[in-house]
Design a protein around this ligand. Structure first.
Ligand SMILES: O=C(O)C(=O)C[C@H](O)[C@H](O)CO
Ligand SMILES: [Mg+2]
Length: 403
């Protein structure tokens, strides 16, 4: 089955999303997500200039060989742009293979390991009370697991907190990066009170998660993890930047709070020590940014040896195409932990008709052959690209910090 055409579709139905469509001589086509938030057009250029011309005429069934060709063949290995471009090709090819086999994608991976996929939603509030109301709304919707983020007194803007209550949180919200201010001491003093309030109002059964978004030093992360142990978090995410994997040894010495890391990773080498030394409990590297199903499957299998489970990134900058493929992966992967879920804007759901469904805090991927997500190209064309940047963070004295 030869690849006859490959093209990139750029659309902005509320936010920029990049999709790769690969068409074969059998008439079967597949799609893959190629969205790298805030750096979208870099991946478009990489695909259009360097990858797509080399795909024409290749056998679409040779997924592994094409993956190796794009990875080794680039010479410049790894990196978010390269690995997102490779991921888009890989997921589109798995979609094609599963459609050709007339099977839902999870069947090709090895079949179902579970009936449904537990997801966590996002509760955000300007203060603790506002956040608790949002947790209550999620519990009513059926969520069994909720990520909680609230505003910090004395800090004007806080990661994960929507501008107005009830609104979706969208960080890439301005043409050029917005400037935010960060204060670690204020954060560390306040955030344990949020978890205490959630436990007090919702009891012990609800899974609660929290994202620190890379802002602490290792010893501060150790202090936070230790101080929130009584509230039994499902996980504490990205408590310190993870380029230096050794940093997690220090954190682990101080706390048994489970740790999740990896949404910014793009290769197994980014998390090798973290996994091998059991310094984390959940790996968040997901299909779109870490080389697609072919590479993330390697990460997940490696993680399984050390009882590290998956907890895929699933913010709104990962398109429904990524979500659909991830849900098939989650349905199969033996060491599944949880899947992040942020509902997309209705316009996005219209542009990307999909087979996956939410019920009672869980998703099912559907039984449509392939990954079950399509793109309405006519509708997509109505939403032109609009530059949007992620914010930067500064300390109160002006020092640039981690966002
Ligand atoms: O969903 C999360 O855990 C995030 O940290 C979301 C990221 O800020 C977002 O995907 C950046 O593009
Ligand atoms: Mg995160």
């Amino acid at each position: 089955m030869k690849i006859t055409e490959a093209r990139v579709i750029v659309t902005c139905p509320g936010r920029n999303l990049i999709t790769l469509k690969i068409v074969t001589d059998s008439g079967i086509y597949g799609i893959g997500d190629a969205t790298l938030n805030g750096r979208e057009l870099a991946v478009v250029a990489y695909l259009e200039e360097h990858v797509l011309p080399a795909l024409i005429g290749r056998d679409a069934h040779r997924i592994e060989d094409i993956w190796q060709y794009l990875y080794r063949g680039a010479y410049w290995r790894r990196g978010p742009v390269t690995m997102t471009a490779i991921a888009a090709v890989d997921v589109a090819l798995w979609d094609i293979k599963a459609k050709a086999a007339q099977m839902p994608l999870y069947q090709l991976l090895g079949g179902k390991s579970r009936e449904r996929v537990m997801v966590y939603g996002h509760a955000t509030g300007k203060d603790i009370e506002g956040c608790l109301d949002e947790v209550a709304r999620h519990v009513e919707l059926g969520y069994k697991a909720v990520r909680v983020q609230c505003g910090i007194p004395g800090i004007a803007t806080t990661y994960g907190v929507a501008k107005r209550s009830g609104e979706r949180y969208e960080p890439a919200d301005s043409d050029l990066p917005a400037e935010h201010v960060w204060d670690t001491a204020k954060y560390l003093n306040h955030v344990p009170k949020l978890f205490a309030a959630v436990r007090e109002r919702f009891g012990d059964d609800l899974h609660i998660l929290h994202d620190v978004h890379h802002r602490l030093t290792p010893i501060e992360a150790g202090r936070l993890g230790k101080s929130v142990e009584p509230f039994n978090l499902f996980w504490l995410e990205d408590c310190t930047p993870a380029e230096n994997q050794e940093a997690f040894r220090l954190i682990r010495q101080h706390t048994t709070t489970p740790l999740a890391v990896g949404e910014v990773f793009n290769s197994i080498h980014d998390c090798r020590e973290l996994i091998q030394e059991q310094l984390i409990d959940y790996i968040r590297a997901t299909l779109v940014h870490a080389g697609g199903i072919t590479h993330v499957r390697r990460i997940a299998d490696f993680a399984a040896l050390y009882q590290v489970r998956t907890g895929f990134h699933g913010a709104t900058d990962l398109s429904p195409v990524c979500m659909g493929a991830a849900l098939h992966f989650d349905t199969w992967v033996p060491n599944f932990g949880i899947q992040e879920h942020m509902p997309h804007d209705e316009r996005i759901d219209e542009v990307f008709p999909h087979a996956y469904r939410f019920d009672d805090g869980h998703f099912t991927p559907g039984k449509t052959p392939g990954h079950g997500v399509d793109i309405n190209e006519e509708l997509a064309a109505k939403y032109p690209y609009k530059r949007a940047s992620l914010p930067v963070n500064r300390l109160e004295d002006g020092t640039l910090w981690h966002w």
